[in-house]
Design a protein around this ligand. Structure first.
Ligand code: UD1
Length: 420
């Protein structure tokens, strides 16, 4: 199994080009199930998660081709199956989102329940309630959702009891081909939701209000093929920005949508790094002055993203004072704390709150990646630490970061991947 080995203590210097957004790409891939025309996605990141989604789509009869550069061609003209088996869904939760498109196009589907994961229980009740509101009959049997919609799905007025990115996207993917209008109240407003709506609209869907909490979807009979470019990954961009603030140095991020990280930039500046930005690039600079403590809590967009919480904590570990970090989205997303503690961090967790008492230096240590974003926090800490950090279980990182060791290596980091 691969390991990442970092010799820390070197400031970063250089330019990093941000890839297409993982969290958008995997939902956009599911769009291909809604049409018999080809869907070409450009600016696609090459990741384990996109590969898993490709495997699932192929098992349903979709032609999946990775083109040159960062293109992917998906063509579901002849679906041969409407069953998404446990073995594929358990590898990546977002594959569950094929349920809605299969129901919309084929009027039936059997999809494995995704189960929990390292960051918490992560139920799908909101997804199922919304599909039922659209007229689906749903039965749970032996770990599977067995759904049907004789005569097709019908538009409905749906109010989510709380904000869910997954349930909002899933309902959009089902409602675009439903008869009549669907209104989504208390919808998630993440940039990935807007990206999904933009792609669907380019195919002929009629979605208005994406990015606001009330969204309207006028169902259409069919969708046409399109070539669509995936939005830049705000989480990857935020991860490198935080790594630069933590390790120090001067890093320019390019191919980035700085407006998608409005909650991050003021907090990085408060911590003592200089942030200079224009529309498509952001420069992060920090010299030798000590970082300052910053309190932060995660929220649905436009609040601070839960997917950057671990990386933000790595930065706070080196601040001159105490930072309080509150995780509001997931109940169990502090597994990086004991690993950071192995590197000398002083963190106490009380329920959903972590108290981070900054230390003067972190020290390299063998640590273990526990989930995707937690792994990224260990990389940032390793870059800033004195000595050698070895991060095991890097397959977590490969789920969501394209060529992380190459991108950081180009900025002078002493980082390498070692196969055992
Ligand atoms: C969430 C994050 C998203 C992040 C992703 C991966 C938010 C609002 N969402 O999206 O930014 O990229 O994790 O880390 O920040 N829930 C239910 N029932 C459901 C669906 C969700 O109880 O049917 C709960 C979840 O357990 C969670 C909350 O609602 O506590 C938000 O979940 P949701 O936004 O759906 O999660 P993801 O789509 O995975």
């Amino acid at each position: 199994m691969d390991k990442i080995v970092i010799e820390g203590g070197v400031p970063l210097s250089g330019e990093i080009s941000i890839s297409g957004a993982k969290n958008s790409a995997i939902k956009l891939m599911a769009v291909c199930l809604l049409t018999d025309q080809p869907l070409e996605l450009t600016n696609m990141p090459r990741l384990r998660d996109t590969r898993f989604m490709g495997q699932l789509l192929a098992s349903l009869g979709t032609q999946v081709e990775e083109g040159p550069g960062s293109r992917m061609l998906l063509h579901a003209n002849d679906l041969t199956s409407t069953t998404a088996p446990y073995d594929l869904v358990r590898k990546m939760r977002a594959t569950f989102n094929v349920l809605g498109p299969l129901l919309a196009r084929c009027h039936k589907a059997k999809v494995s329940l995704p189960g929990g994961c390292a960051i918490g229980a992560r139920p799908v009740n909101l997804h199922l309630d919304a599909l039922q509101a659209l007229g689906a009959d749903i039965e749970l049997s032996e770990g599977y959702v067995i759904a049907s919609a004789k005569g097709g799905l019908k538009g409905a007025d749906i109010t989510f009891p709380f904000i869910s990115v997954g349930a909002t996207e899933h309902t959009m993917l089902a409602a675009v081909l439903a008869k009549g209008e669907t209104v989504l109240n208390n919808a998630a407003r993440e940039p990935e939701i807007i990206d999904l709506a933009n792609c669907l609209n380019a195919m002929g869907a009629k979605i208005t209000g994406a990015g606001r909490s009330e969204m309207r979807i006028e169902g259409v009979k069919s969708l046409k093929g399109v070539t669509y470019s995936v939005v830049p990954d705000r989480i990857e961009a935020g991860t490198y920005a935080l790594a630069a603030a933590t390790a120090g140095g001067k890093v320019r991020l390019v191919n980035v949508r700085s407006d998608h990280l409005g909650s991050l930039w003021p907090l990085i500046a408060q911590a003592g790094a200089k942030v200079t930005m224009d529309e498509n690039s952001v420069l992060i600079e920090r010299g030798s002055t000590r970082l300052k403590p910053v309190d932060m809590e995660t929220q649905a967009y436009p609040g601070f993203p839960t997917d950057l919480q671990a990386q933000f904590m790595a930065m706070c570990c080196l601040a001159d004072g105490v930072s309080i970090i509150r995780e509001n989205i997931f109940e169990n997303r502090f597994m990086h704390c004991p690993e950071l503690a192995r590197m000398g961090a002083d963190i106490t967790v009380h329920g959903r709150e972590a108290v981070v008492r900054g230390v003067e230096k972190l020290t390299g240590a063998p640590v273990m990646a526990t989930d995707l974003r937690a792994s990224a926090s260990l990389i940032a800490a390793g870059l800033a630490a004195q000595g050698t950090t070895e991060i095991a279980r890097v397959y977590h990182l490969d789920r969501g970061f394209e060529h992380i060791e190459v991108k950081l290596g180009n900025c002078g980091a002493r980082i390498k991947r070692v196969s055992e």
